[in-house]
Design a protein around this ligand. Structure first.
Ligand SMILES: [Zn+2]
Ligand SMILES: [Zn+2]
Length: 916
């Protein structure tokens, strides 16, 4: 479509059409939730958005215009933006369109759903492809092109600054969006490559200072060592001092879909590698790693390979100085960038490291291993089978003649070589911490051979470091491997269990426990020597959490196989193991006590009538005037209860009966009229009690929300105590008078019930007479009565009210403290819990979990063993499960009851034992 002729007017032409368009746009952005400026400014001019929209749509839309070289600049000229700083103004114009019109264009012109604002309005107006932009392709695309400087979407050159000097002009006026981009992304690649300024040849002393993350003596000074063992994820990049700028700033290039062909290596395709190697030999020409044709060489705009590639090439160069350089950096990179450094991206790296590692044998033996990936080239004792591993490697090692090596004194050359090998080992160890890498190299058979070789190196101090790396590597790899019982690596790992080195034992145990963890065939762990299993059982007694855990994990895998259980029960002392495992079920248990209610709280039914008013309270109330008197009386005899109600007439009558006469006798003002009294009830109980009319066949006038108290309280809210004295042994009617203090109650009983003679000073005179205790259901002195007053008097003290608790001056205010007196709380019981470790999903974890799982394996598998058959045929006829588990049965049930963390597992274990 040809652009129609237009005038180059850029000031706003406020036609009705324009207003209509702006209104639609405003509504559109409101709905989309994006910011909208109806009159954006570019340079010093306001932009007519309708005009801009029409021009761009006429030219085929935003995407098309943006794909065209310098199109936005031409557009800017047509908009009379002026030639001054045109690139910046063109980008402003593009931004205006991008922010306010692009989504609208997609919706109205193309009839499609525009991309979400996160990748449209919220980002800078860079590039094109809005119609096909999705969350996925946009974010990935950005990363892919970042830092390479040849983003194809830059074609229009309108993105603020010219392509050429974009790196130098981050602060150009229109690159605001770019500045944030620049921060998030790696600097352009060209500034990254920093050639090593160290002299090419370094003395051994310099090695140590230049490789701080690793030195040969650190094994013996564990305090300076990062936590050992493959299971501990050690991430040195969290320590800034460990980071070198060249490495930390560098982002490895993502794999980009360029016309790259994978290099065939012995690791990724041994058969094809062999074929090509063969073909090359026949041609007799060409270098091993391919020609340099098509390579980007220095001098033609390419700045050389990045440090990763450089290290790889240096390592493969076989030049010692280059290899020093390579290994020094590989150790750093593998430690600091372990998450990004993948063998898959660097074909040949694993093989090169392996070649270096295999050199270790030449230091101690008269041998130089060669890896062969060709079937017909496997002859000779020094050739390692690269295709399927060397099954007789152990025998071959044993036949080698050992070199004279002094553990304390070595030649510089020897030390340099060992350092290189250790660095290669450390690099490999760090790299396999990444699961992808572990899986990748687990299929590399020569690596298994190397691990075997390393584990069988002479027992010298200087080989300890490499052995530990080999064990760490093994721990990471064994889960991807399966082993025959005579596999050299498997045997070598088992040998480590007899080693005196705790670290070696720990890692070896973990490595063995993980064998076949990820594979489908079950791990049978056959052929473990009895002495080794006995060691493992004994170590569970040690106070060494890591070791105990590793032992239990091993035992869990081991006891899962019936044959192993049969072997254990026939060859070893298993009783002590069951005892110890039972003990470990409470390892690290935290004892807590918890009080739990037995049943529910109980609510006493409300009395139908008010309690009698105690004499002293009546006297106090009579001294008051209305309406205070009626209010206090209500408080003392009633309490709030939202479920109960009292009829108004009952309340009024009770009040009248109590007070009419005494008030009259004392000649005081008359009682409140009924209506006033009822109104006063709501006031007294702060609207919790309300006068209501209850509908029904007979209307009832009630007060909802209160009930009578069983026992009155005094003016300060303190409960009275009731006298339960009966006037006759066969009567059930109690005296029912209320007293506040024990003394009042005592005097009352002696005076009014026992009729004790009183002296002038108020004291009672002892008197010989038969006395009975008629308090409630008390049976004392019923059969044989007390012969003296003093006798019954001292007994009566047990029935007196207890001294009231002193009010805590710091406690809650009295109103809050008073609980409903009619709620009888449910009895409570204290339970004891001994819960052990749990994981983040509240599932059992740690040593107790491993222990219960081993016990369950034993309970399940013991009845299936041949030893069981033998036991049942013997005279005693006691099953193995009974023999082993009966003695600890009581403890097991106790743990089941108290250790809630293990609850499920314990019930499973106990039912397994029962079924056996
Ligand atoms: Zn009494
Ligand atoms: Zn009594």
């Amino acid at each position: 479509m040809a652009p129609p002729p237009r005038d180059s007017e850029s000031s706003i032409n406020a036609t009705p059409e324009y207003h209509d368009f702006i209104a639609k746009l405003t509504a559109y952005h409101e709905k989309r939730g994006t910011y909208f400026d109806p009159q954006p400014k570019v340079g010093s001019r306001l932009v007519d958005l309708l005009h801009l929209f029409n021009i761009v749509v006429d030219r085929g839309g935003y995407d098309k215009v943006s794909d065209e070289k310098l199109a936005w600049r031409k557009l800017g000229q047509e908009f009379s933006l002026g030639a001054n700083n045109l690139p910046a103004l063109a980008f402003s114009l593009k931004t205006a369109y991008y922010k306010y019109l692009a989504a609208y264009e997609i919706s109205t012109i193309h009839g499609k759903e525009p991309p979400p604002r996160e990748i449209l309005e919220d980002t800078t107006a860079k590039g094109s492809g809005l119609l096909t932009r999705t969350l996925e392709n946009y974010t990935r695309g950005r990363r892919d092109t970042g830092g390479l400087g040849n983003d194809p979407s830059d074609a229009s050159g309108d993105d603020g600054t010219p392509v050429r000097d974009r790196n130098a002009s981050e602060d150009a006026p229109t690159s605001g969006g770019r500045a944030t981009r620049g921060l998030r992304q790696a600097p352009p690649q060209r500034v990254l490559f920093q050639p090593d300024t160290l002299p090419a040849r370094r003395t051994p002393q310099q090695h140590h200072t230049s490789a701080p993350s690793h030195n040969a003596h650190s094994i013996h000074t564990p305090s300076h060592q990062p936590p050992r063992g493959a299971s501990t994820s050690y991430n040195p990049s969290s320590h800034p001092e460990n980071m070198s700028a060249a490495v930390s700033n560098y982002e490895p290039r993502q794999q980009i879909p360029l016309p790259l062909r994978p290099v065939v290596t012995p690791g990724n395709n041994p058969v094809e590698f062999a074929r090509r190697h063969e073909a090359q030999k026949e041609v007799g020409a060409g270098t091993r790693y391919g020609a340099t044709k098509g390579m980007m060489l220095p001098g033609n705009g390419f700045d050389g390979p990045n440090i990763y590639i450089r290290c790889l090439l240096a390592l493969r160069s076989n030049i010692p100085a280059e290899q020093d350089y390579a290994l020094h950096h590989l150790v750093k990179i593998s430690m600091e960038r372990g998450d990004k450094y993948r063998f898959e991206s660097f074909p040949g790296l694993a093989e090169a490291l392996l070649d270096k590692l295999l050199e270790v044998s030449s230091l101690f033996y008269d041998v130089e291993w060669k890896i062969s990936y060709m079937e017909d080239d496997m002859n000779g004792d020094q050739t390692i089978d690269g295709l399927s591993g060397t099954s007789d490697i152990l025998q071959r090692i044993s036949k080698l003649s050992q070199q004279e090596v002094d553990d304390n004194l070595q030649a510089a050359d020897f030390q340099d070589r060992l350092l290189q090998i250790n660095e290669a080992g450390l690099t490999l160890r760090n790299m396999v911490m990444l699961e992808e890498n572990a899986q990748y190299v687990s299929e590399l058979y020569p690596l298994r051979d190397f691990l075997t070789i390393a584990l069988n190196l002479p027992k010298l101090d200087m080989t300890v470091e490499l052995k530990h790396y080999a064990l760490d590597i093994a721990e990471q790899l064994t889960k991807y491997m399966s082993f025959e019982v005579n596999d050299p690596l498997y045997r070598s790992l088992l040998d480590q269990i007899q080693s005196p080195d705790r670290g070696a034992i720990l890692t070896a145990l973990r490595a063995i426990s993980r064998i076949s963890m990820n594979l489908e065939e079950s791990n049978s762990l056959r052929g473990v020597p009895a002495a080794a299993v006995q060691n493992i059982i004994d170590w569970t007694l040690l106070y060494d959490e890591d070791l105990v855990h590793a032992c239990l994990d091993f035992l869990y895998q081991y006891t899962a196989v019936v044959d192993n259980v049969d072997f254990m029960i026939s060859e070893l002392q298993v009783e002590s193991l069951v005892n110890q495992l039972t003990r470990l079920l409470l390892y690290g248990a935290r004892t807590t006590e918890k009080e739990l209610p037995l049943g529910r709280d109980w609510k006493k039914p409300a009395p139908a009538e008010p309690a009698p008013v105690p004499k002293d309270l009546l006297a106090q109330l009579l001294r008051l005037e209305e309406p205070e008197r009626s209010s206090k009386w209500l408080r003392c005899l009633c309490e709030e209860d939202k479920d109960e109600s009292i009829t108004q007439i009952a309340l009024w009558q009770a009040y009248q009966q109590r007070f009419t006469q005494p008030v009259h006798e004392q000649g005081r003002a008359a009682l409140l009229p009924a209506a006033e009294f009822i109104k006063g009830v709501s006031t007294t109980f702060a609207d919790k009690a309300t006068a209501q009319v209850q509908a029904g066949p007979v209307q009832k006038f009630i007060i909802k929300g209160i009930r009578f108290r069983h026992v009155p309280v005094d003016l300060s809210g303190e409960e009275y105590s009731k006298c339960l004295w009966r006037n006759h042994p066969s009567s059930t009617i109690e005296c029912g008078e209320f007293f506040m203090t024990a003394e009042q109650m005592y005097n009352h009983i002696l005076k009014d019930h026992l009729h004790a003679p009183q002296l002038d000073d108020g004291k009672f005179q002892n008197h010989n007479q038969d006395y009975m205790c008629l308090w409630g259901k008390c049976q004392r002195y019923r059969e044989t009565s007390a012969a003296k007053l003093s006798q019954i008097a001292s007994h009566i003290k047990v029935h007196l009210p207890q001294k009231k608790e002193a009010v805590d001056p710091y406690g809650p205010p009295p109103a809050k403290r008073i609980k409903p007196s009619y709620i009888i709380p449910a009895p409570r019981q204290t339970f004891l819990f001994q819960n052990t470790a749990v994981d983040e999903r509240n599932d059992a974890a740690g040593i107790p979990l491993s222990a219960v799982l081993v016990l369950r394996n034993l309970a399940r598998n013991l009845p299936k063993t041949e030893a069981e058959e033998v036991a049942m045929k013997s005279d005693e006829k006691v099953s193995l499960v009974d023999r082993l588990f009966k003695p600890v049965e009581k403890q097991l049930f106790e743990i089941f009851a108290h250790n809630k963390s293990l609850n499920l597992y314990m019930s499973d274990l106990l039912s397994t034992i029962k079924e056996a």
